[in-house]
Design a protein around this ligand. Structure first.
Ligand SMILES: Cc1cc2nc3c(=O)[nH]c(=O)nc-3n(C[C@H](O)[C@H](O)[C@H](O)COP(=O)(O)OP(=O)(O)OC[C@H]3O[C@@H](n4cnc5c(N)ncnc54)[C@H](O)[C@@H]3O)c2cc1C
Length: 802
């Protein structure tokens, strides 16, 4: 075994083997993969080996497509068979909502180049005669689904990695990791030490233990999972029957052929975590005791939905553990606070995702950028709040809902409330319907007094529609107050703060007492953040950003750190409230001693002010696009601020409003948001943020690429649309059509309550940027959509500047 390497990959499951292969493919030869036993000694060896491209996140779906295409490549290079059977897959819908969901999945697949087809249940039953038709209403056929041999795949990756120069060391456990001052690592193994520049934690079932070696508590939990294999069935042996991969969502069952029988798996409701705190090191190619009682309800459903299966005996039952992150997506990337330490774990569908995970991580390590939009898989999306117990509650919820629909307006109940602000009980008393993001509670909308604050979950307009409309009108015509504690905040201070910000931000650095909007770009000139930079002293800034991206931004700042500047995540140190609407100045003026006139306190002012008795930082800006103020206070003052604003605002007709109204109003203004309109796949000119890029100043990360984007003209264009919708608005990821061709995709949609019609934002290819007539496919129906050359509401932005 080498004693020196550029990188040590810990773990020889399908994920570690894929990472090692992709590193060598990318040109790193000095790679060592260390596996404590035989390869595949975690979840990998007993996996059912199913694979599919379908995923709720189109960016993850793209990487799944890549994974499936890769198997031919690694078979060809290694000469090892992956045991591929691309059978095609039938996704069965038992309800109208599920059929809607499948129609939306099919629509999403259009711009990913996926060839998905909605078929009737009669057609499905012709293809797969086991089906008892009365339980289903329709189906979707996906030609790129099937199964493979988990052992073969892992061996093929490992052999390819070896052929590329990697050393594979088996039967050797990594027992400790010690950092050196230069950021490299001493990897302490049973068979000696390796000094490595980089370390990758691909420890699968033991990823938590490997994380703990460096003081990291990864939000991962393993769940027990059953599948069984039936005795041979004449219908399966009969070659006239196609043996598809089948998912019966309402039955919560997946199936495929296994020799002459069927493999049937289920994500059981009475789910059970495995090794909740620590994974035993002596667990290897073992299985867990079966508990057929636990899966009996799912099997009963399976036998009703597919009666022929009931006739077959059970040949074999497998119960094995595999890991999940709280939202079910992998955890990949570099870890904030640790130099040269990378993770590739929490991969719950290693055979659909392992290739994409390996590719993205290897790109990230070699090129400094994953090369794909991996926001949905980035380890930085979780913070300290994702504790072991939080993870436990969310993973159980996620597992038991694996085949359930998550509606776009659905809030899930597990692990709540976790993080609350000082006014939480006041909002609840006001009949707020609460939502959660990053474990933090925030108001979505306010139900009328005397009614139950519950929203019916749906793809269409919900019971919140009229109430959200009333909130929007109250703000636009008078004044409203909302909680904005769920915005992220980062404090930046020090004599070199301006120099630092001038390097990491592409926008203008505001003068003292002012705020400005700034995109943040990576070296490739892609958008990795959008900020409000607020400057309250020559060397003090409060950055307002997306809460979910706080760790992601801090990790980037760490990479660009320099002496003379400090930065700190401060989201919960500055809870906030915002007042907005034409009467908001009157409300604020009655509480503030200084002059708040437009001349004295114009748009984009940022200052220390006392609001009544409360010391605050106040920015004159509002995401509603109205005259408005964002007020940030220390946590101990937020309650008093809320009471003061509410009482003083009552004579002016102040109304509370929630996130739903805020988002509807920002759509009317065509304001984008992080993770929807702004993501690392778009350039600032594509995203319509070109006017905030200060090319003249230059000197910032990504400046050359941004200048090139401006000179070449952006490839796509962020565009707003007025949509002729009926009872359902766009929600995001719908295809945008023109002349019978898909020319883009929606990033957000909703209803503009002031303008009185449905709205959407999305990207279209630049040759269509000036076209007027489009169609947006909403739940399987193409709806006429007119391009809006300017924001639907107050296009000149006079109200926010008034
Ligand atoms: C019953 C069952 C059915 C499944 N069916 C499917 C399916 O149909 N399709 C699908 O895509 N996925 C399926 N999965 C999930 C799939 O198995 C996982 O997504 C995948 O195996 C995860 O791979 P991994 O490499 O991340 O982890 P693991 O397979 O757990 O590998 C981790 C490896 O790291 C090694 N290791 C850990 N710590 C150390 C250390 N300190 N030193 C050295 N080595 C170490 C371990 O020995 C192990 O070999 C199933 C899982 C189960 C349990």
């Amino acid at each position: 075994m080498k004693s020196q390497a550029q990188v040590v990959v810990i773990g020889g499951g399908v994920v570690g083997a894929s990472v090692a292969y992709h590193l060598t493919k990318g040109g790193w030869r000095d790679v060592v993969l260390v596996e404590r036993a035989e390869l595949t000694s975690g979840s990998t060896w007993h996996a059912a080996g199913g694979m599919h491209t379908l995923n709720g996140d189109p960016n993850v779906a793209k990487l799944q497509q890549y994974t499936i295409d890769l198997y031919k490549e690694i078979e060809a290079i290694s000469g090892v068979s992956c045991g591929m059977h691309v059978t095609g897959g039938l996704n069965l819908a038992g309800t109208k909502e599920r059929l809607d969901w499948l129609k939306m999945a099919k629509a999403r697949g259009r711009y990913l180049g996926m060839n998905l087809e909605i078929i009737s249940i009669d057609e499905a039953a012709k293809m797969y005669p086991f089906i008892e038709k009365k339980h289903f209403v329709g189906a979707m056929f996906d030609p790129v689904e099937g199964h493979l041999d988990p052992w073969g795949v892992t061996q093929a990756y490992a052999k390819c990695a070896q052929m590329g120069g990697a050393e594979i060391v088996r039967f050797n456990r990594v027992v400790d990791l010690q950092p050196r001052p230069d950021g490299s690592w001493d990897v302490i193994t049973e068979k000696g030490n390796i000094h490595a520049e980089h370390v990758v934690n691909a420890g699968g079932l033991w990823a938590r233990e490997v994380g703990r070696m460096v003081g990291l508590e990864l939000p991962i939990l393993a769940m027990e999972h059953h599948y069984l294999i039936t005795e041979d069935l004449p219908e399966v042996i009969d070659s006239n029957v196609d043996k598809f991969h089948v998912i019966d969502f309402e039955g919560e069952i997946y199936m495929r052929q296994e020799r002459g029988g069927m493999l049937i798996g289920t994500y059981e409701q009475a789910c059970v975590p495995w090794s909740e705190r620590e994974t035993p090191w002596d667990f290897g190619q073992n299985l867990l005791p079966n508990d057929l009682e636990r899966i009996a309800p799912s099997l009963e459903t399976a036998f009703q939905h597919f009666p022929a299966l009931a006739k077959a005996g059970i040949r074999k039952t497998i119960n094995g553990p595999f890991t999940f992150a709280p939202d079910g997506n992998p955890l990949i990337g570099p870890v904030k606070g640790l130099k040269n330490f990378w993770v590739a774990c929490g991969v719950m569908a290693g055979f659909s995702q392992g290739g994409g995970v390996g590719l993205a991580l290897a790109n990230w390590m070699i090129e400094g950028d994953p090369g794909y939009d991996v926001w949905g898989m980035d380890v930085a999306r979780f913070g300290d709040w994702a504790t072991l117990a939080y993870t436990n509650a969310k993973v159980r919820e996620n597992y038991s809902r694996r085949f359930r629909i998550r509606f776009p307006n659905e809030e899930l109940p597990a692990a709540r409330p976790l993080r609350t602000t000082a006014i939480y009980d006041q909002l609840v008393a006001d009949n707020a319907v609460m939502g959660e993001s990053c474990g933090l509670e925030h108001p979505l909308w306010f139900a009328p007094k005397g009614t139950e604050p519950v929203e019916n979950v749906t793809f269409r307009r919900s019971n919140a529609f009229d109430h959200v409309g009333a909130e929007c009108r109250a703000v636009r015509q008078g004044v409203g107050v909302t909680e904005i504690s769920n915005y992220g905040k980062i404090e930046i201070e020090g004599p070199k703060a301006v120099e630092f910000l001038s390097r990491v931000m592409a926008g203008r650095i505001p003068a003292v007492g002012r705020l400005s909007l700034s995109p943040m770009l990576n070296e490739k000139g892609k958008l990795i953040g959008d900020f409000t930079l607020s400057r309250h002293a020559p060397d003090k800034f409060l950055l307002i950003c997306s809460l979910s991206a706080e760790s992601y931004y801090l990790r980037w700042f760490e990479k660009h750190a320099q002496p003379g500047v400090t930065f700190r995540g401060a989201s919960m140190d500055y809870p906030g409230l915002s007042v907005a609407g034409p009467k908001s100045r009157a409300l604020m003026q009655s509480l503030v001693r200084g002059d708040l006139s437009n001349e004295a306190f114009p748009f984009q002012t940022f200052r220390r002010l006392d609001i009544g008795m409360i010391p605050a930082l106040v920015g004159r800006v509002s995401f509603t696009g109205e005259l408005g103020y964002e007020i940030w206070v220390r946590p101990e003052y937020q309650r008093a601020l809320h009471t003061t604003l509410t009482q003083t605002g009552a004579p002016l007709g102040l109304k509370p409003f929630g996130l739903r109204a805020l988002l509807a109003m920002r759509l009317e203004k065509s304001f984008g948001t992080w993770a929807r309109e702004y993501r690392p796949i778009y350039g600032p000119y594509e995203a319509g943020l070109g006017r905030f890029v200060d090319l003249k100043r230059g000197g910032f990360v990504g400046v050359d690429a941004a200048a090139a984007e401006k000179a070449d003209g952006a490839k796509m264009r962020l565009t707003s649309f007025a949509v002729e919708a009926s009872d359902a608005d766009a929600i995001g990821d719908e295809p945008i059509w023109r002349d019978g061709k898909v020319v883009g995709w929606v990033t957000s949609g909703g209803y503009g309550h002031m303008v009185g019609h449905s709205l959407a934002m999305g990207y279209v290819e630049r040759e269509y940027a000036e076209a007027d007539a489009f169609e947006i496919e909403i739940i399987g129906e193409r709806r006429p959509a007119r391009r809006l050359a300017a924001p639907a509401y107050d296009p000149e932005g006079l109200r926010m500047r008034s």
